[in-house]
Design a protein around this ligand. Structure first.
Ligand code: JD8
Length: 387
């Protein structure tokens, strides 16, 4: 990839020499060139700004130097990225998109911004993206160009030692568009200033570690960035969230209510949900990833899941009988699927061989019948397609 950066403060981009981009350059993956805009001015004062038409505070960057710069840099084979607070949000998804480009030309503005005609004219010659790195105001576009360059270059094929680690990161999208924040990380010593490393991480049980890490990532995301969790299409006024210990009682009652119908549909099957104790329920509530749906303060639905090998084992999908048939079951299924850790390759679940309605819903959701695993109980699975 070739990157050109045009700015009136070329030294601002010096960090590119150092770090990541430096390594990429050594690997022949990257050709970065920083240009001082003033080389494309004609007057002896190298003027790049003037007063704004229509009045107002500050100065505006003149079009002529930018036009000359874009001419000499021959932008036709590049994507021009103009960093600006009024741009489209910069995201990991946009970073992935830009990493597929062969060439990027960054236009770093200063003052009140660049004369709009520079962008309008460039748009007649090539792709132009106006991009913002966040909802706060900087004094110029250089810092944003640095941040975008780092996020893009590290995605270049062959750059990151183990591409695998790219999959695990925050903001790496799951197939439903959900992305989770990082789980907490620890290293030696196991005890530091009286603070211990979580026991599960010392035990070597990879499935348990993966499940704990995933649960931590879900908790952090729910607490800090609920906006990252996919907004399932929900009934009006139904809130879906991670279950809490205090939900246990209501959950136990709802579970008993919901599996009565299942027992009627499958009279010869011993259904665990109808036989487990409240303490049994409490134990999986504290162990698995569990979502609850509440409407007007009442628990109306729930679902759980846990990682077993490469299977995201979905279970106890329940909807209060009086609100069934309105899509809540499907929404809960979508939400719990979206929380599948990257280690999961497929969703899997059990349901009653006699539960035609449930099977129909799962089939509509893309699940396939995998046959009877015990009398009256069938297995259904769905591969996870990752973006
Ligand atoms: C480019 C000039 C300063 C902005 C008057 C302050 C990006 N996320 C971001 N915040 N700020 C920028 C940014 C700010 C810039 C320029 C990017 C060029 N300024 C201006 C408008 C208000 N001054 C940015 N990406």
């Amino acid at each position: 990839m070739r990157i050109d950066v045009v700015t009136i403060f070329p030294d601002y981009l010096a960090p590119l020499e150092l770090s990541l981009a430096g390594k990429a350059r050594d690997k022949g993956l990257l050709d970065i060139r920083v240009h001082d805009l003033r080389q494309w001015t004609q007057d002896r004062h190298h003027t790049v700004d003037d007063t704004p038409y229509g009045g107002g505070a500050g100065m505006v960057m003149k079009p002529e130097p930018w036009g000359a710069a874009f001419d000499e840099l021959a932008i036709e084979d590049a994507t021009v990225v103009v960093t600006t607070p009024s741009g489209e949000p910069f995201t990991q998804s946009l970073a992935r998109e830009l990493s597929t480009r062969g060439r990027i030309v960054f236009a770093c503005g200063r003052y009140e911004g660049i004369d709009q005609r520079v962008l309008d004219h460039a748009r007649t010659r090539t792709e132009v993206r106006e991009v913002s790195i966040g909802d706060y105001v900087l004094n110029g576009g250089e810092v944003a160009a640095l941040a975008i360059t780092e996020a893009v270059v590290r995605l270049l094929p062959g750059f990151m030692g183990n591409a695998e680690s790219l999959v695990e990161e925050s903001h790496a999208l799951s197939d439903s568009g959900a992305s989770l924040l990082e789980y907490p990380v620890y290293t030696k010593p196991a005890a530091w200033r009286g603070l211990e490393v979580p026991e599960v991480l010392l035990g070597g049980n990879h499935a348990a570690i993966a499940s704990w890490r995933h649960d931590q990532a879900v908790r952090r995301t729910t607490e800090r960035r609920p906006d990252l969790l996919p907004a399932a299409t929900l009934l009006d006024g139904v809130e879906v969230r991670l279950a809490e210990p205090a939900d246990a009682g209501e959950l136990f009652v709802l579970q008993r209510a919901c599996w009565v119908q299942e027992q009627q549909d499958n009279p010869d099957v011993r259904i665990p949900a109808l036989h487990e104790s409240l303490d049994d329920l409490r134990s999986w509530l504290g162990r698995d990833t569990v979502l609850v749906a509440r409407s007007a303060g009442r628990l109306v639905g729930a679902v759980r899941a846990s990682l077993h090998g490469d299977l995201w084992e979905v279970g106890r999908l329940m909807v209060a009988p009086d609100v069934a048939g309105r899509g809540l079951g499907r929404s809960l299924l979508e939400r719990i699927e979206a929380l599948a850790p990257t280690e999961a390759a497929s969703y899997a679940l059990f349901t009653g061989a006699g539960s035609a309605r449930n099977q129909r819903m799962y089939k509509k959701a893309g699940y396939r019948l995998r046959g009877e695993v015990e009398p009256g109980v069938v297995r259904m699975t769905k591969r996870i397609s990752r973006a």
